[in-house]
Structures are given as structure tokens and as C-alpha cells.
Design a protein around this ligand. Structure first.
Ligand code: PLP
Length: 353
């Protein structure tokens, strides 16, 4: 095995809910959409499944056209991947040789250090600020002549915080144009902060910015594995070279097309999740708990040294959360009864005295 594999941390998938007869449990550990696919999406899936003996369209022509139309961009600016996480690997394969450096905020998406390592590159994690924001000035200062790739995650997983458009502009002004910046917008559909950066407005003017989107979160298709990048042609061309051939299944393509074609109900669900997020955040803050203002479909409770105890307590109440030992817990906003259960536990989530 390559020596670099020894340094790759194993990806921690969200825990499954505990199985108990006396209690309905909720998996609120993976930022999944709690709602199953809409009927028209299920119908598209069933229809596509009848062609499962055939390879999918490797260029995913119809889906690429649907995404291009949806966002008002050229099809030449779109690259698909088997989930946005696959595109994270592809970005690294496009630009990193062993010894190169990949900068990202920390804590942020756990895939970033893994994808850096797989290519033999070195991770350069830059701590978030005290308010759990990206410290873009520190990230810019961390750039060296080995820096090839920078991930910026907005809203950030797991803290939910966003990068502002102004901060991002200032950052772009100082990052050399031969360093690739990936703006990971996996949760952008849940954002309600008008000051937040929007990659769609930016990538066109920049040769080195790619925007990353996914159907896994707001669109509720996590199980089908489809995401995309919107980027300048040179980046799209490189992404296609590093893609898994026939990676995005025809079922996933059909489901994504059906989701884009009729997204009114989908976005009513997103609005409902956002309203629930604000209800939970308000209630936990009223209890005096350290909850950051999330613009995503999860909240971050900065439990610090109490994180393990809090996660265990919530698990016993039927909520399986994502634990970051000694730092905090990330709790997905799920169906209302799960959120109400969380609020009911709030008084138990104080620091131990
Ligand atoms: C969930 C997530 C993704 C990717 O999800 P896929 O299911 O691979 O599309 C990408 N970035 C962040 C920050 C995420 O949380």
C-alpha cells in the first residue's frame, strides 16, 4: 500500500439511530433531508430503473442541459460527479501532486483532509474564528508556492456559518489565479443571509473558482449520489478527465432532472426546514446554549468538553447526533417531532458544573 494511506483518517459516517421498541428514534447525524422523494421523482426513478440493464449516458446530456437551464449557465460550465464528495476528490486529482498543499478551514467538511491525502498532498487546516467563521485572512496568509487548492465551505459543515460576499471578494483579490478555489455550496439552498457569497455570481469572472453543488441535501437525493460543479471550461475539462466513467447512474440522472423540473414542493420543504431550524435555534438560545446562527439544515452546539456527554444524552432520548469529541455536536434539522424532542432536552445540554 502507498505510505500515504496510513495517514488517511477513516470517514466517519453519521451514526444509525438506535433500535428501541419504546421510542421512535431519529437519525439526525448526516444532514439528510427527512422527506422521501416526491411522487413525480419516484415515478422518474421507477421509469429509469426499467433501463438498468443499459449503461447510463456517460455525458448525462439531459441532466447537464437541465442544470444549465436551471441556473442560466452554459452546459460547457457543468461537470457532474457521483455526489459532490466525488468532485472534491476530482478537484484534488486535477491539481495536486505529492507534496502540494490544500488549504481549508477547520473544522469543516471531513472529506477535505482525506481527499488531500489520497493525492499525496499536505493538508493545511486553518482554524475557524471564535465565532466559527472562516478566517479568510489567515487562509490567505497560509498560501505558499506549493498551494494548489483551497476549499471554502459556505454554509460551513458543521458550524452552519456563511462567508460573506464581501469577504470572499477580498479573498479572491489576494489569492493567486493559479490556485484553484472550490466554493462548496452543499447547503446553499437553506441560506437566508442576503450578505452570503453566491458562487453563481462569481465563477464566471474568475478563471480559478469552481462552485460545488449537490442533490443530496435540499433536493433529498442523498442515496442516489449526484452532485455537480459549475466552473470555467478549463476546470470542467479537467474534472471530466478525472471522473469515474459512467459514474452517475441513469436512475440518479432521471431523479435529478425530475427534481429540477418541478421544484415548487421541494422548496416548500426547504422553507419548512429553515423555519424549523430557526425555531430550534431560538429555543436553544433562549435556554442559554451556545448555538451558532446556522444557514444550513443542521445546527452546531458548541458543547466543548461536554460534547460526548451531550451526544450520549440525546442518543438516549432517541436522537442520534454527530459527535465531534471535545468540540461540539452537529444536529440535523429533521421532521418536527425530532426537533421538538431536541428542544425538550435543551435544559440538559448545559455545561457540567
Ligand atoms: C454533504 C456534503 C457534500 C456532498 O455530498 P454528496 O452527497 O457527496 O453530494 C459536500 N460538501 C459538504 C460540505 C457536505 O456537507
Amino acid at each position: 500500500m502507498r505510505a500515504t494511506l496510513e495517514h488517511i483518517p477513516s470517514y466517519q459516517a453519521g451514526k444509525r439511530p438506535i433500535d428501541r421498541e419504546d421510542l421512535v428514534s431519529y437519525k439526525v447525524s448526516s444532514n439528510e433531508n427527512p422527506y422521501p422523494p416526491l411522487p413525480q421523482v419516484l415515478a422518474a426513478i421507477a421509469d429509469a430503473a426499467t433501463q438498468a440493464n443499459r449503461y447510463p449516458d456517460p455525458a448525462a446530456t439531459d441532466l447537464v442541459e437541465a442544470i444549465a437551464r436551471y441556473h442560466g449557465v452554459s452546459t460547457h460550465h457543468i461537470a457532474l460527479g457521483t455526489g459532490a464528495v466525488a468532485l472534491c476528490y476530482q478537484f484534488a486529482h486535477c491539481v495536486c501532486d505529492p507534496g502540494d498543499e490544500v488549504i481549508f478551514a477547520w473544522r469543516s467538511f471531513e472529506a477535505y483532509p482525506i481527499v488531500a491525502r489520497v493525492t499525496g498532498a499536505t493538508s493545511v487546516p486553518v482554524p475557524l474564528t471564535a465565532t466559527y467563521q472562516h478566517d479568510l485572512a489567515a487562509m490567505a496568509a497560509a498560501i505558499t508556492d506549493r498551494t494548489r487548492l483551497i476549499f471554502v465551505c459556505s454554509p460551513n459543515n458543521p458550524t452552519g456559518t456563511v462567508v460573506s460576499a464581501q469577504e470572499f471578494d477580498e479573498f479572491l483579490a489576494v489569492v493567486p489565479t493559479d490556485v484553484l478555489i472550490v466554493l462548496d455550496e452543499a447547503y446553499i439552498e437553506f441560506n437566508q443571509d442576503p450578505a452570503a457569497v453566491s458562487g453563481l455570481r462569481i465563477y464566471e469572472e474568475r478563471p480559478n473558482v469552481a462552485v460545488l453543488r449537490t442533490f443530496s441535501k435540499a433536493y433529498g437525493l442523498a442515496g442516489l449520489r449526484v452532485g455537480y460543479a459549475i466552473a470555467p471550461v478549463s476546470i470542467v475539462t479537467a474534472l471530466k478527465k478525472t471522473a469515474l466513467p459512467f459514474g452517475v447512474s441513469n436512475v440518479a440522472q432521471a431523479a435529478a432532472i425530475a427534481s429540477l423540473a418541478d421544484d415548487v414542493e421541494l422548496f416548500e420543504r426547504v422553507d419548512a426546514i429553515v423555519a424549523e431550524r430557526d425555531r430550534v435555534t431560538g429555543a436553544l438560545r433562549a435556554e442559554g446554549l451556545p448555538v451558532s446562527q446556522s444557514q444550513a439544515n443542521f445546527i452546531w452546539l458548541a458543547s466543548g468538553p461536554d460534547a460526548e456527554r451531550h451526544a450520549r444524552l440525546l442518543e438516549e432520548s432517541g436522537l442520534t447526533v454527530r459527535l465531534f469529541p471535545h468540540e461540539g455536536i452537529r444536529i440535523t434539522i429533521a421532521e418536527p417531532p425530532a426537533n421538538t424532542r431536541l428542544i425538550a432536552q435543551a435544559s440538559q445540554l448545559h455545561p457540567q458544573d
